[in-house]
Design a protein around this ligand. Structure first.
Ligand SMILES: [Zn+2]
Ligand SMILES: [Zn+2]
Length: 138
């Protein structure tokens, strides 16, 4: 279960609604999933959701999972959005765990430095089965 962020006071209404939907969800949501959940709140156009998501991702309040083309609320109170963010995605229940690892980050930094490669962002996505799902399968 993603741990819930306080919603910053300076978000727009749409940003607040989108972040709320992500916070309430136990798994990643696509932009269309979010739109479905917010129709009753007056959101009608995918563009409204995309705009809000862009801002939330920019501020590190939400993250985009590239391989799923879906979004999760950031699970970290003091988000490490500048650094390396890794996601473990369970293929059984869809749960996503977010974590950071300074050692991997340092190694990638060394590699990029040696190659003269300027890193814009790094996202690691690990696919597999979470401990709960493994327990159920056993
Ligand atoms: Zn985060
Ligand atoms: Zn699972």
């Amino acid at each position: 279960m993603a741990h819930v962020h306080e919603v910053p006071a300076d978000l727009t209404r749409n940003q607040g609604l989108v972040l709320g939907a992500l916070n309430r969800s136990s798994g990643p949501l696509s932009a269309y999933d979010i739109l479905d959940r917010l129709r009753e709140d007056g959101l009608r156009a995918p563009l409204q959701v995309y705009r809000a998501l862009d801002k939330l991702v920019e501020r590190g309040l939400a993250h985009r999972l590239e391989s799923l083309n879906a979004f999760v609320a950031c699970a970290d109170e003091h988000c490490h959005r500048k650094g390396l963010i890794a996601f473990a995605i369970c293929e059984g229940c869809g749960k996503v765990d977010e974590f950071a690892d300074a050692v991997i980050e340092e190694r990638l930094g060394n590699w990029a430095g040696a190659k003269g490669f300027k890193v814009e962002r790094t996202t690691m996505e690990i696919r597999g089965k979470c401990a709960e799902c493994l327990k159920l399968a056993a």
